[in-house]
Design a protein around this ligand. Structure first.
Ligand code: CP
Length: 319
């Protein structure tokens, strides 16, 4: 185990300055990707996914492949020895014998943290239950910084399932460290943002509003963060069916938005954004996926302590 080994469990694990450095590396990768293509030669990333995923798992695997490394792992718990009763603690000790870094998604909140406490290699939380999804948050922050030029002074509307959406909870937490951000929470009463979040915002003196109608606030938004209703976290089907199509963003609603209001979505999308919006220049959700790749490449390099040489090379190249 390396003396200074770090994990990524929560976006707040990194200071604002460390995140700036991470995003600088990500933006450098965006511009100079060829310069990074052998940075992780000989390194192996393990992806241990106990819950379904398309973007996060494939984004991590692509990130390591584009850095010149290799990947191994499993995409569902049923094909791992978890099906025979193996604990996460034992699994990570085993993975530590095979790989240099591990990205783990688990339906149980805190499972990646348990893994990190027993691991001999850096562990990245790739989503744990309804708790945290730090690399989605890093993706969201990098996207906002790249589109807006800074991580301060904007109004963001978060719309949809604000109760179960871990990406929303994670993003709100991360944004509280920046100045001049006003939150507008748009949800049906049943899917309101949890009280612990509004209490945290109150305690920090951060301004927010809670509304039900998206149309009412549309003209004031700089970013609109849409989310799907999380079917897998509902206790009964009836409630899910009643709420799943509560918000559908379409051309009519977009007509009331600012010319420079960007639409974000962690994806997967179900019905909450009409496909007729996809070609609107303000639809930034597929660009967001691309930023997710750059930020995961930067995170792998950072946790493997391999960033400096490349950034220096990047700076030298500019001279
Ligand atoms: N945004 C996100 O976490 O997508 P996946 O569930 O497909 O990984």
């Amino acid at each position: 185990m390396e003396k200074n080994m770090r994990h990524m469990m929560n976006p707040l694990d990194f200071s604002v300055e460390e995140l700036e450095a991470l995003f600088d590396v990500a933006n450098d990768i965006e511009k100079n990707s060829a310069a990074y293509s052998h940075k992780c030669d000989g390194k192996i990333l393990a992806t241990c996914f106990y819950e379904p995923s398309t973007r996060t798992r494939l984004s991590f695997e692509t990130a390591m492949l584009r850095l010149g490394g290799q990947t191994l792992g499993f995409a569902d718990a049923g094909s791992s020895s978890a099906a025979k009763g193996e604990s996460v603690a034992d699994t990570i000790r085993v993975i530590s014998c095979f790989a240099d870094i591990c990205a783990m998604r688990h339906p149980k909140e805190g499972a990646p943290m348990v893994a990190a406490s027993k691991s001999l290699i850096p562990v990245i939380n790739a989503g744990d239950g309804g708790h945290q999804h730090p690399t989605q948050t890093l993706t969201d922050l990098l996207t906002i910084r790249s589109l807006h030029g800074k991580l301060s002074d904007f109004t963001i509307g978060l719309c949809g399932d604000l109760k179960f959406g871990r990406t929303v909870h994670s993003l709100i937490n991360a944004l509280t460290r920046y100045s001049g951000i006003h939150f507008i929470f748009i949800s049906p009463n049943e899917l309101r943002v949890p009280d612990y979040i509004t209490e945290m915002l109150d305690s920090k003196g951060i301004t927010y509003e809670e509304v039900i109608k998206l149309e009412d606030v549309m003209p004031r938004l700089d970013f609109l963060y849409m989310t799907r209703v999380q079917k897998e976290r509902f206790f009964n089907e009836e409630d899910y069916i009643r709420l799943k199509d509560f918000y559908i963003l379409d051309k009519e609603k977009m007509a009331h938005a600012k010319e420079k209001m960007y639409i974000l979505h962690p994806l997967p999308r179900v019905n909450e954004i009409s496909v007729e919006i996809d070609n609107d220049p303000r639809a930034a959700y597929f660009r967001q996926v691309q930023y997710g790749l750059y930020v995961r490449m930067a995170l792998i390099l950072t946790l493997l302590n391999m960033t400096d040489a490349h950034m220096n090379e990047g700076l030298l190249r500019e001279f």
